[in-house]
Design a protein around this ligand. Structure first.
Ligand SMILES: [Zn+2]
Length: 331
């Protein structure tokens, strides 16, 4: 039942299952797709099936090898994670040394490299050598949320396994299994855009706080005195990542408001604020200013990604918020 613990990735699992029953298991697979959709869990379960002593296309969950996989102690599995922002050449050299020995217990050594987009160029080059001439017992599972950031030479030497954003009902189920209450799980599943990682339990309150900040900015935009709005914007302008998230929430609110204006039966992302958003939408003459503001949000996010100071970005945001959605534009 190793793959039974993975939700919403039927296509990826069927490709891996085919590989398991075929006589030609590849020596390197690239798992790519958004972060937080189950790539690492799948890699670990794939390794578990391969190392299971029952030698079938499933893990027995009873043998010593399965037990070691469950407790994260199998000596023939090496997981490499980025240290800080990068995976350096020393990590790859250590891995290559291990591949120089025979597996300790089974027939294979499984190497899982998570976050391959963080390989430094020398590390990627060193890894390429292993992919070009892999030892017979090696299986490499490369995981990335940014396939476009990997060298083509590296991508082309792996079999590709695509992972997709998770449908909201799966996310809701996963969150409930993690002990999150049902109303929060339902809300988060709708807001998550198919990713679970941003939403693991400890971060839910933080993400919801950022959504609240975005909502407050929208709500406070109409005052003739702009001081409170600038103060609020200053509180939001913390780290670059925090700023981007608040801008992202503003985009989702904008999208919901446009829907309320032009296609009111469409389900909202922020369905828990339906009544408040409907009254906000009613105060605007048309969808036009929302679309203008939406375009300016995209531009601000682009500027932020290009290293523009978060404080400046948010001052600009206040000006555009008032320009497009301020009192002068309200009917
Ligand atoms: Zn087993």
């Amino acid at each position: 039942m190793a793959f039974g613990t993975i939700f919403g990735q039927e296509h990826a699992l069927s490709l891996l299952q085919k590989a398991l029953v075929s006589t030609h298991l590849g020596h390197a697979y690239l798992f790519y797709g958004p972060s937080g959709v189950g790539k690492k869990l799948t890699a670990l379960q794939f390794a578990k099936i391969l190392l299971c002593q029952s030698a079938t296309a499933e893990a027995c969950d009873m043998c010593a090898a399965c037990h070691k996989m469950t407790t994260g102690n199998h000596p023939d599995v090496v997981v490499i994670n980025p240290e800080g922002a990068s995976i350096r050449i020393e990590h790859i050299r250590t891995m290559q040394r291990q591949l120089g020995y025979k597996p300790y217990e089974g027939q294979r050594t499984v190497i899982i490299i998570d976050g391959c987009e963080n390989l430094t160029p020398p590390a990627a080059n060193a890894l390429l050598k292993t992919l070009e001439e892999p030892p017979g017992s090696a299986l490499l599972l490369l995981l990335t949320s940014r396939k476009d950031a990997l060298p083509l030479t590296l991508v082309s030497r792996c079999q590709q396994i695509p992972f997709r954003p998770l449908p909201p009902p799966y996310i809701r189920e996963i969150l409930i299994q993690q002990g999150i209450d049902e109303p929060t799980a339902t809300l988060v599943a709708t807001l998550s855009e198919g990713r679970v990682d941003t939403w693991i339990q400890t971060e839910i309150s933080q993400v919801l706080t950022r959504r609240q900040s975005a909502y407050m900015l929208l709500r406070e935009r109409g005052h003739t005195n702009s001081t409170p709005l600038f103060l609020l914007a200053r509180q939001c302008a913390g780290s670059r990542e925090q700023c981007d998230e608040v801008l992202h929430w503003l985009s989702l609110f904008c999208r919901d408001l446009v829907m309320l204006k032009v296609a009111s039966a469409t389900p909202l992302y922020n369905h828990d604020l339906q009544a408040e958003l409907a009254s906000l939408a009613n105060s605007l003459p048309s969808a036009e200013p929302l679309l203008d503001f939406f375009a300016s949000l995209e531009q601000l996010r682009h500027c932020l990604a290009m290293n523009v100071n978060p404080q400046l970005t948010f001052e600009q945001l206040v000006i555009q918020l008032q320009q497009f959605l301020g009192t002068s534009r309200i009917a």
